[in-house]
Design a protein around this ligand. Structure first.
Ligand SMILES: NC(=O)c1ccc[n+]([C@@H]2O[C@H](COP(=O)([O-])OP(=O)(O)OC[C@H]3O[C@@H](n4cnc5c(N)ncnc54)[C@H](OP(=O)(O)O)[C@@H]3O)[C@@H](O)[C@H]2O)c1
Length: 195
């Protein structure tokens, strides 16, 4: 399984740190190009690779850590999303509720990546907390996971656990995903699972 993070800002960098700490290889891309990421890759060691967007989009699992509106530009950068898992780590800050047309934000993202399986996770914590070692207070920081595809949910739940978090699956986007949307009750909850 190959992984990439699109976005090298607050969230992309926080996630790259978790991959590096966990010893899981990941490619990172942004809009400015590889050269703008090489310093981060060098700092984090051999598991994090600076990539072009084109190469990063070849990964099996693609984590979107870009501003919400930018997901359509990312989607336009490749043709075939069949078999891919798109992890929506975005929030809709700055997006008027009318733009979502009453839909869960992840449902809109899923439409932009036809053929891919969409999983919503890694969006709930502020980037500073997301970057910290999830092992804390004798437990692990909770990370919720939601998807309409059970197999994709299971796979990403395993990844989230391998990154050190205590993953909790919430079921489908219409159920769990709504709890993780911008003003959902599970956003900005710094929860530690004991045991
Ligand atoms: N900040 C938080 O605490 C936080 C927490 C949870 C979730 N979120 C969500 O996570 C997402 C990222 O937030 P952030 O704070 O990390 O934003 P950010 O610091 O502004 O970083 C955004 C990144 O997205 C890249 N990007 C933008 N358009 C792109 C495109 N078309 N193709 C490839 N890369 C593109 C930018 O590339 P360049 O570097 O080349 O400009 C940048 O690296 C947002 O949806 C946000 O709502 C944020």
């Amino acid at each position: 399984m190959t992984y990439s993070i699109i976005g090298s800002g607050n969230v992309g960098t926080a996630l790259a740190r978790q991959f590096a700490r966990s010893g899981i290889s990941v490619g990172v891309a942004n809009s400015r190009g590889r050269d703008s990421i090489t310093a981060l890759a060098e700092e984090l060691g051999g598991k994090v690779a600076a990539m072009t967007l084109e190469d990063a989009l070849k990964a099996d699992v693609i984590i979107l850590a870009v501003p919400f509106r930018a997901h359509t530009a990312v989607a336009g950068a490749a043709r075939d999303w069949a078999g891919k898992i798109i992890v929506d780590a975005m929030n809709t800050y700055g997006v008027a509720p009318e733009e979502l047309k009453g839909q869960a934000s992840s449902d809109l993202v899923a439409v932009a990546f036809p053929g891919a399986k969409l999983v919503k996770t890694l969006n709930q914590l502020p980037a500073k907390l997301l970057a910290m070692n999830p092992a804390e207070g004798g437990g692990r920081r909770v990370m919720f996971v939601s998807s309409n595809d059970k197999a994709a949910s299971t796979l990403i739940t395993t990844l989230v656990g391998d990154l050190g978090f205590a993953p909790i699956e919430l079921g489908k986007i219409s159920e769990g995903g709504a709890l993780l949307d911008r003003s959902g009750p599970l956003v900005l909850q710094n929860l530690i699972k004991l045991g």
